[in-house]
Design a protein around this ligand. Structure first.
Ligand code: G
Ligand code: G
Ligand code: MN
Ligand code: NA
Length: 255
């Protein structure tokens, strides 16, 4: 069997799992959000990260049903946390361009899930890459506008790694920018990383947008970011992505 055939049957075999990584406000240490990250529990290869199968899913169109599964599960989990009285303010889910632009499926799936679970739409955050913004046609009402109109949050993921046009930030009024971990990696000593991160933080502040730095692994990176004005962080320094039950514990007692 090929990897494609295995991926094709992975949904019905219930081989996918979502792990969640906390997003922390510092120095308060408060968990302000969690990001859902897909894992494939492959029958012979073990637990695979998205890097091992998302590109194949995108090329073959399988990302649409897999992504719909992820979205439904994120909404179900958000509702479970709400019922427990511990729902974080933001529950984020990654959405590929290939999935986002599949006719109006994504939007209608999202609206249906919110309705069915009776969720506050402002709890759910859709993480899009800059390539989605680039492919959206400016000047007309886009899927992004309609999703914002539902009250759902939009974040730009991996900010700075794409073909950023500042115009997109103004056009779409996204809620949040997630600064790519590739820029955080070199902090605090690499001067190029330091300059890019400081400039990005200044820019995002000008736009009045929320922000978070990804991939924080060391106290040196954390200190640099907080001093530069970015007080929301995510990364191995605080927690790896972990199964939902572990996040439930973290939400109860903090990281
Ligand atoms: O966990 P890991 O570092 O391997 O994730 C790599 C990337 O895979 C993430 O940055 C994210 O963009 C993507 N990814 C993770 N989960 C999902 C998902 O549920 N749907 C889509 N489309 N992409 C995801
Ligand atoms: O959606 P995005 O591309 O931001 O996905 C985040 C990915 O980065 C996840 O797959 C997650 O496992 C990974 N990640 C999260 N925190 C860290 C970190 O501190 N260091 C490294 N190297 N990877 C991280
Ligand atoms: Mn992400
Ligand atoms: Na991403």
């Amino acid at each position: 069997v090929t990897l494609f055939e295995e991926l094709n049957s992975a949904l019905e075999r219930e081989e996918f799992e979502l792990h969640y990584q906390p997003e922390i406000e510092w120095p308060s240490g408060r968990i302000i959000g969690v990001e859902a990250l897909l894992r494939w529990n492959h029958p012979s290869r073990g637990l695979l990260g998205p890097g091992g199968f998302i590109p194949l899913a995108e090329r073959t169109g399988l990302i649409t049903p897999i992504g719909a599964w992820a979205l439904a599960n994120v909404c179900r989990q958000a509702r479970l946390w709400r019922d427990l009285g511990i729902c974080p303010p933001i529950v984020g889910v990654n959405v590929s361009a290939a999935q986002f632009f599949t006719a109006s499926r994504f939007e209608s799936d999202l609206a249906r899930e919110l309705d069915m679970r009776d969720l506050d739409p402002g709890t759910i955050e859709i993480e899009l890459t800059e390539s989605v913004l680039m492919q959206s046609s400016r000047g007309e009402t886009t899927a992004i506008d309609r999703i914002r109109a539902l009250g759902v949050r939009i974040a730009i993921d991996d900010f700075g790694t794409g073909y950023s046009s500042l115009e997109y930030l103004l056009t779409y009024r996204v809620n949040r920018i997630k600064i790519a971990q590739q820029f955080v990696r070199g902090l605090p000593h690499d001067p190029v990383s330091a300059t890019i991160v400081r400039a990005t933080i200044g820019l995002v502040q000008e736009f009045g947008c929320e922000m978070l730095a990804e991939g924080v692994e060391t106290v040196g990176q954390l200190d640099f970011l907080v001093q530069a004005g970015c007080q929301s962080v995510q990364g191995f320094y605080f927690s790896r992505p972990v199964p939902a039950e572990e996040v439930t514990q973290l939400l109860r007692r903090g990281v």
